[in-house]
Write a protein that binds this ligand. Structure first.
Ligand SMILES: NC(=O)c1ccc[n+]([C@@H]2O[C@H](COP(=O)([O-])OP(=O)(O)OC[C@H]3O[C@@H](n4cnc5c(N)ncnc54)[C@H](O)[C@@H]3O)[C@@H](O)[C@H]2O)c1
Ligand SMILES: N[C@H](CO)Cc1c[nH]c[nH+]1
Ligand SMILES: [Zn+2]
Length: 436
């Protein structure tokens, strides 16, 4: 089922070995540019038109009424409620430890620099709702924003025809459990444009004020719109179609490996599932398991498309050292290590959104209830970016305090550097303070 790439005995460079799905975000950016501009110019009417076209829903209002959010919480299945409450507790616990204190550095006598950490004022959190609905993503976006101390928190998620044009009721219930009251029934690129530029609504209580930062995963249209809005607002790393890479040796259980590959393929026909192993026996056994398990899984067609796509495959390597080079080059959103001494191998990984160590830390645990965040960089962005965290919602501001003496001491250096840059007025702004 999986493409097989055999690197054994070859010195082939792992760069470009595993192509991502054919997703050209820059082409998508040009496709959605007119829609984003229309939302900027016309607000509600443009959002309504796009929602009719792409979601098949006629929006009466942008904002979800408070009663609908409360009703969703009241009617929530008790088992799902208990699971969400526990997921919120664990996620908050991990993210509370990410809070940062201000740090003052005594640079010299009389000279200090303090780094103040301040939350952004207002954030927009995108919760996908096309192929699947994601109450867990509400938790993963909201918990770090709240721990960062953000005051204005907005959630937006696609309207569902099956829920009277409101976002999925479990998404609304998750908002209620987290204390989020400002929720919009808008998805796709139009939602990102609404958050970035703000929009009027049917009345004053229905308008959406612009936000400072937009976070959250989504499909190619959402990703493209975030790229387009970057600069107007801050955005987190691009979190597109889900990816899993598993680095495994002959100690791994093929049933577990197959189940984990399928679990992420279930998200999207464009999702990527990759196994990297020096064990031909394991690769063969995983293939047999995949055939069995895919036939029995609920979203078999989506999973099969994802697993047989060019973005998924098995890479056979000489040993785990070569395997490590392959997974580092790939920079997966999720990386599982199912080997002997798994922790040691995990500690040597340089590029991954999140790492899951050993037989009892499947990616699904992290998707819901490990306490870690599941909004993670995809498409190789793990080489330069991190997953969502408290830090995503903070800004560090340097506060500089120098006494007269401390400035006098360093004045010569400032003047020398200013002259070297042919910017003498910079030096003058220091020396003027000491001129008689
Ligand atoms: N990396 C992560 O943390 C993470 C977490 C959860 C989900 N995901 C990924 O997010 C993605 C969610 O995608 P989704 O489609 O299910 O939901 P989505 O909410 O991202 O997209 C649905 C929206 O797309 C818009 N749309 C549909 N077709 C369009 C078109 N032709 N042109 C313009 N807009 C269009 C619709 O308005 C709709 O509201 C999946 O790829 C999933 O793997 C990633
Ligand atoms: N695996 C997805 C991307 O990290 C997150 C998710 C939400 N629900 C289930 N899974
Ligand atoms: Zn998942």
């Amino acid at each position: 089922m999986l493409n097989r790439i055999d690197l054994r005995g070859s010195r082939r460079d792992p760069r470009g070995l595993l192509p991502r799905a054919q997703l050209d975000v820059s082409v998508a950016v040009e496709r959605i540019r007119p829609l984003v501009e229309a939302v900027h110019e016309h607000g509600f009417s443009a959002i309504r038109e796009a929602t009719e076209r792409f979601d098949g829903v006629t929006l009466e209002r942008l904002r979800v009424p408070a009663e609908a959010i409360a009703a969703a919480a009241e009617t929530l299945d008790p088992e799902v409620r208990a699971a969400l409450v526990e997921a919120i507790r664990r996620t908050r616990k991990v993210h509370a430890d990410q809070r940062r204190s201000d740090v003052t550095t005594q640079v010299v006598d009389g000279g200090t620099v303090t780094e103040r950490w301040l939350p952004v004022r207002r954030v927009g959190l995108y919760v996908p709702g096309g192929l699947a609905v994601y109450p867990s993503t509400v938790v993963m976006n909201v918990a770090p924003a709240q721990e960062a101390g953000v005051e204005g928190l907005v959630v937006t998620s696609p309207p569902q025809a099956s829920n009277d044009g409101l976002p999925d009721s479990r998404v609304l219930a998750a908002c209620a459990l987290l204390g989020v009251t400002e929720v919009y029934a808008v998805g796709g690129a139009q939602a990102i444009a609404m958050l970035g530029y703000g929009s009027d609504g049917v009345d004053e209580g229905d308008r959406c004020a612009p936000v400072d930062v937009i976070t959250g995963p989504g499909n190619i249209w959402v990703t493209a719109a975030k790229r387009l809005l970057q600069g107007t607002v801050g955005i987190d790393a691009e979190a597109g179609p889900t990816e899993i890479a598993v680095l495994a040796d002959d100690t791994a259980d093929p049933r577990h490996v197959a189940a984990d590959l399928i679990s992420q393929a279930e998200h999207d026909p464009l999702a990527a599932s990759v196994l990297v192993t020096p064990s031909l026996e394991l690769a063969d056994a995983v293939e047999i398991e995949l055939e069995k398990q895919v036939a029995a899984t609920r979203h078999a067609e989506r999973v099969r498309t994802s697993l047989t796509g060019q973005q998924s495959g098995v890479v056979l390597v000489d040993d785990l050292e070569q395997g490590l080079r392959v997974v580092d080059e790939y920079a997966a959103e999720h990386l599982e290590i199912q080997t002997r001494d798994a922790r040691e191998w995990a500690m040597r990984v340089r590029n991954a959104g999140a790492i899951f160590v050993g037989a009892y830390a499947p990616v699904s645990l992290g998707d819901y209830a490990a306490g870690s965040n599941h909004v993670l960089p995809t498409a190789g962005c793990a080489r330069h970016s991190s997953g969502l965290s408290v830090q995503s919602f903070l800004r560090g501001i340097h506060v500089v305090e120098y006494t007269e003496e401390a400035l006098r001491d360093v004045a010569g250096h400032v003047v020398a550097l200013a002259n070297a840059e042919d910017l003498p007025a910079h030096g003058d702004a220091v020396t003027v303070r000491f001129a008689r």
